[in-house]
Design a protein. Structure first.
Length: 388
């Protein structure tokens, strides 16, 4: 009888030993929650209509120049720029009272796709991009529609993944709020309000009355070209490697037509030249003090194809007719400088929004207010591609 009891007890002792051994093993990490919308909202979505967890991502071209992020604590939104052009906007949740998100200029110090908190019970913080060594970071997290984090900037999971994949160590991140930063940082627009290399806010002076265009005296000689065409300002701004190198007034053949946000990329290089007439006295006087003499001839406009931005994916790869490109007129002297720089991969974004917050008539908002309507309200179509 005792022998049978011993045999019967043995499995129990083995089972108990296995249980102890299993309990001693580290538990597998539970899958992180998925916060926010799974897909980008259409690029024409008014920013005030982005519900908590909604976001817009317009491009993943990692060759397109330096990136920078502006986080507006006032608006509870994050703005992502590449080579001076806005490519993404997202709702956020920043630090709640007592855990305020610090403002200032930061750089990404560390990236961890599957990070878990060392301070808050191993809480998942996917797609973490560390801004400070004491715990402040960008990462996917809860998005209730108001500040509720322990100091980090929470992003929707889908947006956080895009940003993580596109960014690099050292990327500049500026965190701003009303009363502590210029309005251009609190309410960013389609043109980057900061230098992507230093994080310093940029005060780009507008063209003086009667001045048709301006070009930098010593512009960067390398780096990708991107452009923003503001239909409301009748202005084209050119960036190289994230730095503005020129701007010009434009004339639109059909200024009253609208068609949504559109982005374009140069398909082929400019070919041929056209005679460059002598600039008018007005143009000459406005540029003689800050730009060199224009070349004797002007290359023709290159060919363009459409980028399939969210909400207009079906247009991806469609060639833009020359008759549409020529709906925009630029001063010949400005074209003489711009067109030789346009190579396959150069990007243009057309928008109805003004280039700067200072010129759009919006008032400074207080924290947690909706903020001004942004560059994605109503924007221009393919017919604003530039060049006559």
């Amino acid at each position: 009888m005792g022998r049978y009891r011993s045999a019967a007890a043995r499995p129990r002792r083995i089972t108990a030993g296995l249980l102890v051994a299993l309990l001693a093993l580290p538990l597998p990490s539970l899958a992180a929650p998925f916060w926010g919308e799974r897909q980008s909202s259409p690029v024409d979505t008014p920013l005030d209509a982005l519900v908590p967890g909604a976001w817009i991502w317009g491009g993943d071209d990692t060759r397109g120049g330096p990136m920078a992020v502006v986080v507006s604590l006032t608006e509870q939104r994050a703005y992502v720029y590449r080579n001076g052009v806005l490519i993404g906007v997202s709702t956020i949740s920043s630090g709640r009272p007592g855990y305020d998100t610090p403002t200032g200029v930061f750089t990404v110090l560390q990236k961890d796709r599957d990070h878990r908190s060392n301070l808050y019970n191993d809480a998942p913080m996917p797609f973490q991009q560390r801004l400070t060594w004491d715990g402040i970071a960008l990462h996917a997290g809860g998005l209730p529609g108001y500040p509720e984090s322990h100091g980090c900037v929470h992003l929707p999971s889908g947006f956080a993944r895009h940003l993580f994949d596109a960014s690099n160590l050292g990327m500049t991140v500026v965190v701003a709020k009303a009363g502590e930063a210029p309005v251009s940082l609190v309410h960013p627009g389609p043109a980057s309000p900061i230098d992507p290399h230093t994080g310093a806010d940029i005060d780009s002076p507008p063209l003086a009355n009667g001045q048709p265009w301006a070009w930098a005296l010593s512009p960067p000689t390398v780096g990708p070209i991107s452009m923003i065409l503001s239909r409301s300002d009748r202005m084209l701004v050119v960036y190289r490697n994230g730095i503005e190198i020129g701007r010009s007034r434009v004339e639109l053949a059909r200024p009253d037509e609208h068609g949504g946000t559109r982005a374009y990329i140069v398909e082929g290089s400019a070919t041929g030249t056209s005679a460059n007439p002598e600039p008018s006295a007005n143009t000459e006087s406005s540029t003689a003090t800050n730009t060199p003499t224009a070349p004797a001839s002007t290359p023709t406009m290159p060919s363009w194809i459409a980028i399939g931005v969210p909400g207009a994916e079906q247009q991806a790869g469609q060639r833009v007719p020359a008759s549409v490109v020529n709906q925009v007129s630029l001063p010949d002297a400005f074209k003489a400088r711009l067109l030789p720089l346009l190579v396959p991969g150069s990007v243009l974004v057309a928008t109805d929004a003004p280039l700067s917050a200072q010129s759009n008539g919006e008032h400074l908002r207080v924290i947690d207010s909706a903020g001004p309507r942004g560059w994605l309200d109503e924007v221009d179509t393919a017919r604003h591609l530039g060049g006559d």
